[in-house]
Ligand binder design. Structure first.
Ligand code: HEM
Ligand code: HEM
Length: 294
């Protein structure tokens, strides 16, 4: 069974979740500032505040549960991706958005739970979490440069070429763009055959940096010559941008895929280690009698 919710709905939900979280963090920071600002070795003197905002305090401990809950929820993306039976359950690309949201929010909340005091194995793991979170942002950048179908699965070279050809045909049929101008768009992407991985990554950054400028120049020129109407402008702009993006992604695809593969090799073991240490941390603290309100 296919269950699909519009991408916009997910975006609104993520914005809403972010607003709630930011409000919570601001409120929590204001309330706990005098405790968090006290040097760690003097905190035990603030008995009342320690009982509220310390790692085993009423609120601090609760925030720990929330952080751990989010840390476990981010694995849903991996389960959805790996388990074929769940294929019909929403688009993979939408699941990734939640993975990223949980991946950023959980370490943030965990910092408040630990009252920004990171000691022992779980303290080391906290920094590993931050490293995985930051590496996730780099991974997302690379992920976005691998052409994908709407459901988030990687496109084959054949699919990429078909998509490019369809868009080119649209430009020719809808707007009468002649082949000289089509070549002009294609000529904006240098061929990088033989370039090494690092050089390709450098070009990737340059492409991203220059694309808006290139797009504006083409649009100015074409709008004047082909007289694109206001109603069609968005479609026209989108189609040309798609052409530029596709051409640029194709020339750096080998390098991006290679680096993304290595990125997985590093990101994954750290993620598993965090999962194990966090589970141990929870079992140990519970068995020492830190059961929060229960
Ligand atoms: C992402 C989730 C979590 C992270 C990253 C995390 C991390 C930490 C860190 C860094 C500390 C401070 C260690 C220290 O003071 O030396 C701590 C303390 C503590 N955590 Fe967590 N924690 C998480 C979730 C939880 C959960 C779900 C529980 C509930 C069972 C929990 C219970 C505790 C307790 C009771 C302490 C205080 C221990 C003590 O005072 O000796 N934590 N945690
Ligand atoms: C502590 C937090 C995080 C943990 C434990 C975590 C864990 C994981 C794991 C286990 C995978 C699967 C790797 C694989 O299939 O080989 C993954 C993939 C990924 N994560 Fe995270 N992640 C975290 C945070 C983030 C953040 C903050 C972002 C981005 C902002 C992010 C972006 C990604 C991306 C783009 C992928 C690859 C998706 C794919 O290839 O299908 N992650 N993460």
């Amino acid at each position: 069974m296919q269950i699909l919710i519009k991408a916009k709905t997910h975006n609104y939900l993520i914005v809403l979740l972010s607003l709630v979280t930011i409000s919570f963090i601001v409120l929590y920071s204001v309330q706990s500032i005098s405790y968090l600002n006290t040097p760690v070795e003097e905190r035990y003197l603030l008995k009342d505040l320690d009982g509220l905002y310390g790692p085993s305090g009423l609120y601090g401990h609760g925030v720990g549960f929330l952080a751990a809950f989010f840390m476990f929820l981010l694995w849903l993306y991996i389960i959805r991706k790996r388990w074929n039976k769940l294929r019909g359950l929403g688009r993979l690309s939408q699941w990734l958005k939640y993975h990223m949201w949980f991946g950023i929010t959980a370490p943030l909340l965990a910092g408040y739970h630990a009252a920004f005091k990171f000691e022992g194995l779980i303290g080391v793991m906290y920094w590993a979490m931050i490293a995985v979170m930051l590496s996730g942002i780099v991974g997302r950048y690379l992920y976005g440069h691998i052409p994908r179908s709407r459901d988030g699965h990687e496109m084959s070279m054949k699919q990429i070429n078909t998509e490019k050809a369809t868009k080119l045909r649209e430009l020719q049929m809808e707007f009468g763009i002649d082949s000289k101008d089509i070549k002009k768009i294609q000529g904006l992407t240098p061929q990088l055959s033989g370039a090494g991985t690092l050089a390709s990554l450098y070009h990737l950054l340059v492409f991203d940096f220059k694309r808006r400028f290139q797009l504006n120049q083409i649009l100015k020129d074409f709008e004047a010559r082909y007289g694109v109407s206001k109603q069609n402008l968005l479609f026209f702009k989108g189609t040309i941008e798609n052409q530029l993006i596709m051409s640029q992604r194709v020339v750096v695809l080998d390098a991006v895929s290679k680096v993304f593969h290595w990125w997985h090799v590093i990101h994954k073991p750290f993620a598993y280690a965090i999962f194990i240490v966090l589970t141990l941390h929870i079992i140990l603290t519970l068995s020492f009698g830190f059961t929060w309100i229960f």
